[in-house]
Design a protein around this ligand. Sequence first.
Ligand code: IPM
Ligand code: MG
Length: 359
Amino acid sequence: MTKSVLVLPGDGIGPEIIAEATRVLDSVNTRFDLGIETSEALVGGAAIDAEGSPLPADTLARAKAADAVLLGAVGGPKWDSLEMAQRPEKGLLGLRSNLNLFANLRPALLYPQLASASTLKPEVVSGLDILIVRELTGGIYFGEPRGVHTREDGVREGFNTYRYSEPEIERIARVAFDAAMKRNRKLCSVDKANVLEVTVLWREVVERVARDYPEVELSHMYVDNAAMQLVRAPKQFDVMVTGNMFGDILSDCAAMLTGSIGMLPSASMNDSGQGMYEPIHGSAPDISGQGKANPLATILSVAMMLQYSLQSPEAAEAIRSAVGRVLDQGLRTADIAGPNDTPVTTRAMGDAVLNALKV
Ligand code: IPM
Ligand code: MG
């Protein structure tokens, strides 16, 4: 049976990292005879330029019909002055909400070869293996009402709404508990229940779901403390579950523990196993078009895609071990290069992974 993957390169470094990731996908597709068919579409700034919308109807329809979506990155200074509803980021957020991709899995795994690339001491981060489960289609990112208006007293005011319903909390909690059961059975739920009612409800619902998972050790942490603990003693965490905005912030923080945000893949899933896969980093306009970007986060996102949406765990493992071998060989893009390394280009890194796959 053929499986379809929609590839959305997007903006900035997106096309460069996607080019390497699709070469890797093509290679495992042939080697493992996976029957994957890929096609490409526009999203973000590229779609605004070509079609006047960050998420053209054709792109959305094809994303819905695909078994999985592979996305590079969206956004850039060129589109920063557009009004919110027209910005490239709306393409990404629209895909997340229209495909109902509520469960965002962001593993922060430190490759031992990169222990010294982190800004933290190697002993603090070595062996690090955290999974952040971020709710992705609710919370303050999507809450209504929202906007900027002029009050009766003539003062302009901006506002967003932080909302979560019980079912929304429950389903992400279940994803997190299920993930914890497959790992070290420790789950930390991150909230701000000392200030925000919505997260008082969050905590209550997570406690309730916990009764179905007696083997998982559940703890709760306020988000400010969680940010501090992530840089103080990150290895205390196994799985973390949190809302959309806190998860956005904490996952960037966790990414740096692994040496570079250029290393972290992500999966965004819905109830039917359909998923969108993307590096957690952005479009990095400052280095785009220069061959400096690290394609490994996107290549590792392909591995997650093969594992979670395309039922090809062997191919996923082949990619992960190829990445490990490339790091063993000492190849480093600029973001993970040490003082004595000569950084390699995006393409050279992609070539090295392809070669390592043949071994
Ligand atoms: C992420 C990004 C996005 C987010 C942006 C690009 C809209 O930061 O995936 O973490 O805020 O979710
Ligand atoms: Mg982010």
